[in-house]
Design a protein around this ligand. Sequence first.
Ligand SMILES: [Zn+2]
Length: 218
Amino acid sequence: MIETTTINFGMVNAFLIKGENGFILIDTGIPPLISKLEKELRKAGCTKDDLKLVIITHGDMDHVGNAITLREKYNAKIAIHEADYPMVRDGKPLKRAATGFIWKLMSRAGEKPGDPNPAFEVDLFLTDGQRLDEFGLAARIIHTPGHTPGSISILTDDGQLFCGDIFANRRSPSLAPLIENSEQILASLQKIKQAQPKIIFPGHGKPFFGVALEDIKA
Ligand SMILES: [Zn+2]
């Protein structure tokens, strides 16, 4: 089993994976919690030159917040899907319709649509089907748009799926409460079902088993 650590920031998760020649971090949390992130990296034995890659599942602030610091301090490469690149290049959050109820949910989850993004450059783009073996990780990228245009999931060969905000699991597994394109998110749900992940780690909430995908409705 590929060794993964969930870094729980309270309102959002990041994930640290031990690869064959260093560590891969999936998402970065929010800037006020950088010390918590660094503590977790230290605890896992990830020092300055060991962080090989930072994968951003999508361009929302609570996922990209510490990317700049990680690049500066750890010399880590930052990777994102091209379709979300403008969100970080320009530091502009994506505008999505959110109802009052959804707004409240997202605020509680630490993700307020409209929070400013930090602006930064990235080192590489990830595309659908791309393998991560060159970074020491037996896994591939699945482009799963719908929450944002460039949302990606990472599926390890042993069946662990890191899905960003396509799904959340607060009380029960569900589609993202904040949807940019509902047709796309349903197509992404189908795509993920076909990939048959064993366990799914969402950006918000607890992990859940792949069989629970059958109960997720539009
Ligand atoms: Zn998001």
